[in-house]
Design a protein around this ligand. Structure first.
Ligand code: ADP
Ligand code: GLC
Length: 479
């Protein structure tokens, strides 16, 4: 039996700003329980809903030094869905209304979290063989582990893994300040360690010091070795390519299941979708004030509204995209210019565009179920979970061939009747529009073909089964 501790800044159902939370909250359930005991450690953010916080059980507390402050570290525990979660408590750092704030605050917050997490392990009664870190917020953990904790007997054989969910976010801040906050010795701030372009870089530290580095699709693992996708760390990714691998994400097939999903007005499966799925479309049209028409081609977008997601392509051709035979339903929050762009088109084409600028799990499920197609023309996409959710709900993804989108959506081939979605290669608005129009043509004029695409998509297996096995293999390779 091996013990693995995930350390991350978010996980469903407690706190979520993106796909990271879906992965950290669902993957631990899918390991072989006879071989692996996988637990999760998170910050005890005050913005975690009370219904969860009230159930957390206090275990212990102690104090650590961080910069010139002595800080309280509380440790809480909660078993959820068969998985043990530990929460690190400190209201000074985790008290805000959102998990993340300004980068200079987050830099100190996650230095605290990293040090506190490592310091808490000996007192929780769980000795990990592997510490599995996720994204820049935990980048300092492999560094601290090597620099100080592994000197002690308790940590001496502990290995670390750094999983990159998004290389764009690295936790970069002024070198002198980070030196001061972290208390790491000067030699750690060299260009082959924590320093990058004269600043300190948490994720870089994690990548340099972890025993293995992974990212969330095979294609992204290749892409980040190139300057275009490498976010200034392509040199390092190449240098570490022996230890770097890509393991594609899955989704939680219990949470995302059109057959049992209580958010839907009509449940369906791979056999009944032809008769049932449209009922969700009409219900959503009614709820959002769109023209009720079960045959209208409805495109969905559920996304953070940022450049990563290819929204400038959409903005560029919105008028052509929202033609009379299309309905567009958007759910997302993010950059103001995109929020306002969608609001504008909601006003302009009121009966066929619906902009929902907020965050709602329930609404996201309704959209995955109601739409015919799901648009995700990302500039880059480490994996992407939304297209997997769309596939699961029989909603045909239209994606750009990048990162995980390339690995999970097979392009429709009309000559061989193959494929689970539609895709285009170049980051070009008219290329995207061309492929949307192609999908629309198949939907309206070749309905049987369309239904076969849906059928193949629903049949594809993106549960965690296969990928959890790949993580197990990776863990095994460390021993
Ligand atoms: P990323 O992590 O880059 O945002 P992913 O596709 O990996 O992209 O994951 C996005 C997750 O966030 C999905 O679970 C998606 O349904 C969810 N999501 C994004 N925006 C919203 C929103 N406004 N309301 C509800 N869920 C959302
Ligand atoms: C990041 C990526 C997304 C990925 C998610 C979970 O947020 O942007 O592509 O699916 O992490 O790994």
């Amino acid at each position: 039996m091996k013990n693995v501790l995930f350390i991350a800044s978010e996980a469903v159902p407690f706190i979520k700003t993106g796909g990271l939370a879906d992965v950290v909250g669902s993957l631990p359930k899918y390991f072989n329980k006879e071989e692996y005991d996988v637990r999760v450690m998170l910050p005890k953010f005050m913005c975690i809903p009370w219904e969860y916080r009230e159930k957390m059980v206090y275990k212990t507390h102690f104090y650590i030094d961080l910069a010139w402050r002595t800080q309280y570290v509380g440790v809480f525990e909660l078993e959820w869905d068969g998985v043990t979660f530990y929460f690190i408590d400190n209201e000074f750092y985790f008290g805000g209304p959102k998990p993340y704030s300004w980068i200079h605050e987050d830099i100190e917050k996650f230095a605290f979290f990293s040090k506190a997490a490592l310091s808490a392990i000996p007192v929780i009664g769980f000795n990990p063989d592997i510490i599995h870190c996720h994204d820049w917020q935990t980048g300092l953990i492999p560094v601290y582990l090597k620099e100080r904790f592994s000197q002690g007997e308790f940590y001496s054989g502990v290995k670390s893994i750094m999983t990159i969910h998004n290389l764009k976010f690295q936790g970069i801040w002024d070198l002198k300040k980070v030196k001061d906050i972290t208390g790491l010795p000067d030699e750690y701030f060299a260009p082959d360690k924590l320093e990058a372009y004269e600043d300190a870089n948490y994720l870089k530290g994690g990548i340099v010091y972890a025993d293995r580095v992974t990212t969330v699709s095979e294609t992204y693992a290749q892409e980040i070795k190139t300057p275009f996708y490498g976010e200034n760390l392509d040199g390092l990714m190449n240098a570490r390519s022996n230890c770097l691998s890509g393991i594609v994400n899955g989704i939680d097939y219990e949470t995302y299941n059109p057959e049992t999903d209580t958010n839907l007005v009509a449940n369906y499966n791979q056999i009944t979708f032809r008769k049932e799925k449209w009922k969700n479309k009409v219900a959503l049209q009614r709820e959002l004030g769109l023209k009720e028409d079960k045959s209208k081609f409805m495109i969905g977008i559920v996304s953070r509204l940022t450049d990563q997601k290819g929204l400038d392509l959409i903005a560029y051709v919105m008028d052509e995209l929202c033609s009379e035979d299309v309905q567009l339903v958007v759910l997302g929050t993010g950059e103001e210019r995109y929020e306002n762009m969608f609001r504008h088109f909601d006003w302009k084409y009121n009966d066929r565009v619906s902009a929902n600028i907020y965050y709602s799990e329930a609404m996201s499920h309704k959209i995955y179920a109601a739409c015919d197609a799901f648009l995700m023309p990302s500039l880059f996409e480490p994996c992407g979970l939304s297209q997997l959710m769309a596939l699961r709900y029989g909603t045909v993804p239209i994606v750009r061939e990048t990162g995980g989108l390339k690995d999970t959506v097979e392009a429709y081939n009309e000559y061989e009747s193959k494929g689970t979605g539609f895709s285009f290669a170049n980051y070009n608005a008219h290329e995207m529009l061309g492929i949307v129009n192609y999908a629309k043509d198949v939907y309206y004029n070749h309905k049987r073909e369309w239904n076969k695409i849906v059928d193949r998509g629903m049949k594809a297996d993106f549960s965690w089964k296969t990928s959890a096995k790949k993580y197990e293999e990776l863990y095994r390779s460390l021993y």
